[in-house]
Ligand binder design. Sequence first.
Ligand code: HEM
Ligand SMILES: [Ca+2]
Ligand SMILES: [Ca+2]
Length: 332
Amino acid sequence: MAATLLVSPPILLKFVIIILYIFLISTPSSSSDLFLNFYQTSCPGAEFMIKNTVRSASNNDPTIPGKLLRLLFHDCIVEGCDGSVLLDGNQTEKSDPANTSLGGFSVVEAAKELLEFFCPSTVSCADIITLAARDAVEISGGPSVAVPTGRRDGKVSLASNVRPNMVDTSFTMDQMTQLFTSKGLSLDDLVVLSGAHTIGAAHCNAFSDRFQENAKGKLTLADKSLDKVFASELMKQCPASASSSITVNNDPGTSFVFDNQYYKNLIAHKGLFQSDSVLFSDARTKKLVEELSDNQDTFFQKWGDSFVRLSNVGVKTGDEGEIRRSCNVINQ
Ligand code: HEM
Ligand SMILES: [Ca+2]
Ligand SMILES: [Ca+2]
């Protein structure tokens, strides 16, 4: 009797551990498989190396943060945040007109090369884009956001998937709401994430729908809701004859600073795109625009939550996808 008592507790313990193990390995994979510091043991320096790469690239070229932030949005909105936007090839997402003005690819590739040297086949390109965009915001004076990682890289990238999933500056509030809802993002997320336009630049054709060309080839204001002085400034920078490579700052004055000036501009009728202006003219989103323009801390706080939600859209985890060795091509 005494002998049985001595033996059975360890056996019971072993049994409980085996049951717990079976339970853990049988839990299906989902986006909750992302977690903070995913590379803590497999590549402890990963986040540090990415941040340094983004910082030095941004020091050399101040247009980099805007490019990296937009790159993440365009990745996540098509096939989820899976690096599909990075793939080269015939008729991949890159070849759609909405993506031809994207940039920042060389920064992602530089980070990848560094990571492949120290931690081969470990850190996904999808995570590199996400962390690089997160760092771009912080480097521009925005909040630092803790972002869960563990995304895997997708193997599908089709130009034909871009149009049906992409927002356009001509979209009505209903169209934008519908698209964001289909990605699991809310109307508040739309307002907060549009705050990304506090940095970066746009090509003249991105807002040419706000003007029309008269018989003499001169632009006139078509969208009367736009502030007159702002509009004439835009027409000066982007005349009808402007070369297609000319850009204007998204947020005149502080286009290199991640601040809440964007929302103040909306209230002053100086939103660059029609899809920006509508956030203040529509009753459903006006209040939040006012709140964010009043208080930068509120913007920064909400940015962190909305950014994490964006970076979770359609992620691939577990045994889905792969860890690419080079970001512009799927593994052979
Ligand atoms: C919701 C509707 C949105 C529309 C219609 C839209 C549209 C655009 C357009 C047309 C440009 C100019 C591109 C160019 O001409 O080079 C642009 C730039 C930019 N967008 Fe958006 N965008 C939207 C939302 C977002 C979101 C959610 C983010 C990120 C979270 C974002 C980040 C950016 C950034 C950072 C730039 C500047 C890019 C650069 O400097 O190269 N946008 N956007
Ligand atoms: Ca994608
Ligand atoms: Ca700004």
